[in-house]
Structures are given as structure tokens and as C-alpha cells.
Design a binder for this molecule. Structure first.
Ligand code: DAH
Length: 338
């Protein structure tokens, strides 16, 4: 029996040693230690070994099996290491990894999110409305008569149905008041559309941010304080803010807001950034008629509203000279905001 064991062990070690790859090694492993393998057959033969020899022969078989198992293990490691070496031949694994391209937020998204964040801290809630609007919400309810130039076919995109692409986000003021009673404090980011010739400062689709605050006793100082705070938070505490009388159909009095700030490489100068004013009583009246109640009775509520172009704010904030850069998706431009 001992000779059979020695012969089987030698044959097994030889077979393992000559395996050229992992597949051949696996075949050797099955042939030696598998259910019908040479070592397993020897183990089965132990039952015929005379009782007095069992301990010694058993020990011998145990040693042989250990040796074979060790050889299998070592050979496997050697084959794997060899395969790794071949796979890496000619590759410098110490080279630093190539950086993965990381995306970044678009400047319009950055400025919009920042503006909303500031206004939310002041209690303004996010609201929105449809981009395909009717004339009532875009114009009539906002005290903008049928002969107003903004309603001209040359300035506005009309559908055959009479609906139109909203020319400003101010239409959402009306919708918000129709659906919620005062007090109301909303901020509305969104697209607006005009038939503008496209050039360095005009696109036919642009982005606005609208605000509205209505309550029992909202005053002009509230408007000034809120918007001065807003623009200082947005552009920095050092800037100056001024309110210049203007006209909008839906507010009375109305103002344009200018900020004085230094664009890189230029003297600080006044730049127009928004329109605003106290909500015109005619707007409240239109809302009352539409709601069919007196919740927005102009004798009981007052409010202020404001609107600004987000594209323009982004251009001022980062010194962008051509508005088209905001829609061209040139990654060389966009990567600067990463
Ligand atoms: N809707 C105006 C525009 O598109 C901007 C604006 C001005 C909005 C005054 C307002 C406001 O709410 O009070 O030019």
C-alpha cells in the first residue's frame, strides 16, 4: 500500500508541475483529489489495510494528500502571478490615473438657485405656471391693454388658438393670486419668450425671476428693503442699489433697479438689473373678478412685485459679454463654472 501511495503521490506531483495553465491545473486537481481521483481511491482502499498497519499507512496517506494539496495551491499562485505579469507587460502601473471628467452646474442654474435661496430665507415660496399662456393672464389681468406694444404680433409668439408663449413670468402673479388667498409671498423662476432679433444681448427664449408679496400692509419701504438686501446678497455687500422711477402697467409706482458694481477691468458703473413696483389696484381688481370674491380687495391688501432677467444677472455676475454663450453648450465656456 505504501508503494501505491508513493507512486500516486509522485504521479500527482508530476502532473501538477507540468500543468501549463489554470485549466490544466484544474484537470489535474480533479484527477487527483476529485471523487474518483487517485488520492480519493487510495482513501477508499484504507479499509482493506490490516488493522495493525492502519495507523502508519494512514499517516503516510495523510502526508501524501497534504503534499499534493500544497503543490496544487502553490502552482495555482504561480500561474496567476504569471498571468498577471503577462497582462501588465508594457504597462506602467505607477502612472497617475487619468482624471475623470466631472460635470458642473450651468451658470444660469447657479444664479437661479442662489437667487431662490436668498428669497426663500425671506419667506418667499417657489411657484410656477404654464409657458403657453392666454392673453388674460399674460396681459389683461396685468392691466396691459389690447393696444400695448408688448402685445404686438411682431413682439409675441401667438398660436392659432389665440394662446401665446408668455412674454414674462408676471403671468404667474395672477395665477398664484387666483389659486391662493393672501398673504402671498412667491418667487417664480421660468422661461419667457419674445420675438427678438438674436444678438449679443438678446435671445428669443430667456429666463426670468418674478417675485410677488401681498398682505394687509405691504409698503414701498418693504419693497426697497427686500430688494436692496437681495442684490447685496447676490453681488456682495459693497455694491450700491438705486431705484429709478419707471413705468410698468401692472405696478404703481414703478421703478427700475440699478446696481453699481465693478465689472473686471472697468470702473464701477450703474447697471439696470430689475423692474419692480407696488401692485396696481387694477391687477387686484382683475384677480377679484376672476376669483369671484373680494380676497384681493385693493382697499384691504397691498403688495409689491419685481421681475428680473436671470441671463442678464449671470452676465453681470461673471462678466459674460455675449448672451449666446449661455445656450451654445460650448464645454470650454461651461468648464469655467466647475
Ligand atoms: N415683467 C417685466 C418684464 O418682463 C418685469 C417686471 C417689472 C416684473 C416690474 C414685475 C414688476 O413684477 O413689478 O420686463
Amino acid at each position: 500500500m505504501n508503494e501505491r501511495i508513493a507512486a500516486a503521490e509522485a504521479e500527482a506531483l508530476e502532473r501538477i508541475a507540468s500543468a501549463v495553465d489554470e485549466r490544466a491545473l484544474e484537470e489535474a486537481r480533479v484527477a487527483v483529489t476529485g471523487r474518483k481521483g487517485s488520492m480519493s481511491l487510495l482513501a477508499a482502499a484504507m479499509k482493506d489495510v490490516p488493522k495493525e498497519d492502519k495507523a502508519a499507512v494512514g499517516q503516510r496517506l495523510h502526508d501524501a494528500r497534504e503534499a499534493v494539496a500544497r503543490a496544487l495551491c502553490e502552482k495555482q499562485e504561480r500561474l496567476r502571478a504569471e498571468a498577471d505579469r503577462k497582462a501588465l507587460a508594457g504597462i506602467d502601473v505607477t502612472l497617475p490615473a487619468r482624471a475623470l471628467p466631472v460635470g458642473s452646474l450651468h451658470p444660469l442654474t447657479l444664479i437661479r438657485d442662489r437667487a431662490i435661496e436668498i428669497l426663500r430665507r425671506l419667506g418667499f415660496a417657489l411657484a410656477d405656471g404654464p409657458e403657453i399662456e392666454d392673453e388674460f393672464h399674460c396681459f389683461d389681468a396685468l392691466n396691459t391693454p389690447a393696444d400695448h406694444p408688448a402685445r404686438n404680433e411682431k413682439d409675441t409668439f401667438y398660436f392659432d388658438s389665440g394662446k401665446l408663449l408668455r412674454t414674462h413670468t408676471s403671468s404667474v402673479q395672477v395665477r398664484a393670486m387666483e389659486s391662493s388667498p393672501p398673504p402671498l409671498r412667491i418667487v417664480v423662476p421660468g422661461s419667457a419668450y419674445r420675438r427678438d432679433e438674436i444678438d449679443a444681448t438678446h435671445l428669443s427664449v430667456f429666463n426670468q425671476l418674478e417675485g410677488l408679496y401681498v398682505d394687509g400692509d405691504v409698503s414701498l419701504p418693504d419693497l426697497k428693503g427686500t430688494l436692496e438686501f437681495f442684490f447685496r446678497e447676490l453681488f456682495g455687500g459693497h455694491i450700491e442699489v438705486r431705484f429709478r422711477p419707471h413705468f410698468f402697467p401692472f405696478t404703481e409706482p414703478s421703478f427700475e433697479i440699478d446696481v453699481k458694481l465693478g465689472v473686471p477691468g472697468r470702473e464701477p458703473r450703474w447697471i439696470e438689473v430689475a423692474g419692480c413696483g407696488m401692485v396696481d389696484p387694477a391687477v387686484f381688481d382683475a384677480v377679484c373678478r376672476s376669483r369671484n370674491d373680494r380676497a384681493y380687495d385693493p382697499d384691504r391688501v397691498t403688495g409689491f412685485a419685481f421681475g428680473m432677467g436671470l441671463d442678464r444677472l449671470a452676465m453681470i455676475r461673471w462678466g459674460i459679454r455675449d448672451i449666446r454663450a449661455l445656450v451654445e453648450n460650448d464645454t470650454r465656456f461651461l468648464a469655467q463654472f466647475a
